[in-house]
Design a protein around this ligand. Structure first.
Ligand code: CU
Length: 348
């Protein structure tokens, strides 16, 4: 029932704005609700960067877990067998998992500006096989690149039901680009890990974007274009390719505490420019700077929970999982099988 209030407005900054209920909606007196309460009535907030904002002086703590499972190879959209890779390289990857733990904090100095900071912690594993059948696993683990972002509401407002946000983000090179592994039985046994196994970009990256957010009584929808633009070279003589993200989503509130959602996320990412002289580009495809780029469209289904009352009030839980519906890689490169994320946030 709380969701019925979404269509009504009582924006603290402009008490004279549109206070009349829209036609067709039930009438309740919501003028007593603060802006904070109005924001938090919205059960649907996808856990995507730039996907939601906070009212003035609100703080949010969050934790997000992400998992990606990769296996099988593509070159363009064509399946490439392990045998075919082993004719070209002395070793081939057979699978990879990326596990990410991400604490985040958000704070809104004003109703129009929300700031956020995130520090991902990654654990990456890649299974490899040599021509002679020898199997080994590569590991890397540690903090990735610190992300900060400002979300500025340029047009619209929560009470109007539609908003356009300008996203201005920055990524700092706190993640290691010097991850090495020692593998017994391999010669040389200690070697620098390939580009996808490194934890950070090694460069200061800009993340500009635009987010459109829409919400009605029971629906929330949105679209976002977010890029990662990299310049120069890192300490190891390369920079990762730029990234371009375009996504759209829709969520529907079945109750005041539960909303399923659908999201489509398209990504284009470029090849590595330059090369780390310590990474062997002939040992496997993952070490070749020209076999890193790709395009992918993911289809994701989510469930979003919101605690409207009690001690856990304003706690949100998001669980989302999906798989690529289109993948085109500068390969041979490992294909993504499925993705899963789970987030927990608390605002006060
Ligand atoms: Cu938040």
């Amino acid at each position: 029932m709380l969701l019925l209030t979404l269509g009504y407005s009582a924006e603290a900054q402009s008490p004279n704005s549109d206070m009349t209920p829209r036609s067709g909606e039930a009438t309740h007196d919501l003028t007593g609700l603060s802006l904070e309460e109005l924001y938090n009535l919205d059960v649907i907030q996808l856990n995507v960067i730039g996907g939601h904002t906070h009212p003035a002086h609100e703080i949010m703590f969050g934790y997000e877990f992400m998992f990606m499972d990769m296996g099988g190879h593509l070159s363009g959209t064509r399946d490439v067998s392990e045998a075919e890779i082993l004719r070209q390289f002395p070793s081939a990857s057979t699978g990879m998992t990326v596990e990410e733990h991400m604490p985040e904090i958000m704070y809104a100095p004003t109703n129009k500006l929300t700031l956020m900071a995130m520090l991902p912690i990654k654990h990456i594993e890649m299974d490899m096989v040599l021509r002679d059948g020898f199997h080994f696993t590569e590991h890397s683990q540690g903090i990735s690149d610190l992300q900060i972002m400002a979300l500025y509401t340029a047009l619209g407002s929560v009470s109007k039901g539609q908003r356009l946000l300008i996203d201005a983000g920055m990524s700092f090179p706190t993640g290691s680009i010097d991850e090495k592994n020692t593998i017994a039985g391999l010669d040389p046994s200690t070697f620098k890990l390939e580009y996808p196994m490194q934890l950070g970009s090694g460069t200061y990256d800009f993340r500009p974007g635009l987010t459109y957010l829409g919400e009605s009584k029971k629906w929330a929808w949105g679209a976002e274009a977010l890029t990662t633009l990299r310049f120069g070279r890192n300490d190891n003589g390369y920079r990762l390719g730029n990234e371009y993200n375009l996504m759209g989503w829709v969520g529907y509130a079945l109750t005041d505490w539960f909303a399923p959602s659908l999201r489509v996320n398209g990504r284009i990412w470029g090849n590595v420019h330059g090369a780390d002289p310590e990474i062997d580009s002939t040992f496997d495809a993952e070490g070749d700077p020209h076999r890193q780029g790709g395009r992918r469209v993911d289809f994701l289904m989510g469930v979003n929970f919101f605690v409207p009352e009690g001690i856990f009030k304003r706690t949100r839980v998001n669980i989302e999982g999906g798989f690529p519906i289109y993948e085109n890689l500068d390969g041979p490169q490992l294909s993504t099988r499925w993705l899963l994320s789970a987030g927990l946030t608390y605002s006060f």
